[in-house]
Design a protein around this ligand. Structure first.
Ligand code: PXP
Length: 247
């Protein structure tokens, strides 16, 4: 079954609006893992508008109390990410080419153009024993290049799929990219704009997908249902997609 990593960026964004520390990202991590999530994702940006560097050890400690669960730290390795990752030692580091002032991640790495700059970073993180995933557009031709850099996984950037989830041609591009990645020896993650409606069909078509990282839509659902029930609904959607795939 595809694992759910809950992205806590939006919880941190609301927390940062006041000085009370509420809503607590530690509480959100604990509640998500109690409800069945398999991991926690954060994106510590240089301006700290989402999680702060000081949140990372706290969240790593929470995750460590749930055997089998994983901590994924994503971000741009040419900003602040590498020293933070080496200090906190999450299970996975997802490298994302976002600009400092980007509202959110908006593209994958361009390979082979950015390969030379990425190679030493991937090497440094992998030498430290960390799993490295590269955020990638669904370009089947790039997948063997990602593997050639030493990456363990790719995270397919699913915003385009989410915008065009009824377009079979768009979905097929992701299916082909996922297959190319697996053929190259990469694990496949996915994320961005996934929600309760589109995650099941995506995982069913493009699977096996190792992990999806979901933040914005899950946070919206949590406002209606509560965080625990919202997480459970996503876990159920992933379980149903796996069952459907097995049939
Ligand atoms: N993956 C990456 C690399 C991201 O930057 C984000 C957004 O922080 C996500 C996944 C999750 O996207 P969403 O918040 O739309 O679920």
């Amino acid at each position: 079954m595809t694992r759910l990593s809950v992205n806590l960026n939006k919880i941190a964004l609301v927390r940062n609006a006041r000085d009370s520390g509420l809503p607590s990202v530690e509480w959100a991590a604990r509640t998500s893992l109690e409800a069945g999530a398999h991991g926690i994702t954060v994106h510590p940006r240089p301006d700290e508008r989402h999680v702060r560097a000081s949140d990372l050890p706290v969240l790593a400690a929470v995750v460590s109390r749930y055997p089998g669960s994983e901590f994924n730290i994503e971000g741009n390795p040419f900003h602040n990410l590498v020293p933070l990752a080496l200090a906190v030692r999450p299970h996975q580091v997802t490298l994302v080419p976002d600009a400092v002032d980007a509202r959110t991640s908006s593209s994958g790495w361009r390979l082979p153009d950015q390969a030379a700059m990425l190679a030493p970073v991937v090497d440094r993180l992998r030498s430290a024993g960390l799993r490295v995933s590269l955020f990638m557009d669904p370009d089947p031709e790039s997948m063997h290049l990602a593997r050639g850099l030493g990456a363990d996984r790719v995270e397919l950037y699913t915003e385009h799929y989410a915008r065009h989830s009824d377009d079979t041609g768009v979905l097929m591009r992701y299916v082909e990219a996922a297959e190319a990645a697996r053929t190259a020896g990469l694990g496949v993650n996915a994320g961005h704009d996934l929600n309760l409606s589109n995650v099941g069909p995506f995982v069913h078509a493009a699977g096996p997908i190792a992990e999806v990282s979901i933040g914005h839509a899950l946070t919206c659902d949590a406002l209606e249902r509560g965080l625990g029930p919202a997480v459970q609904a996503y876990v159920d959607a992933l379980a149903n997609a796996a069952t459907g795939a097995a049939r």
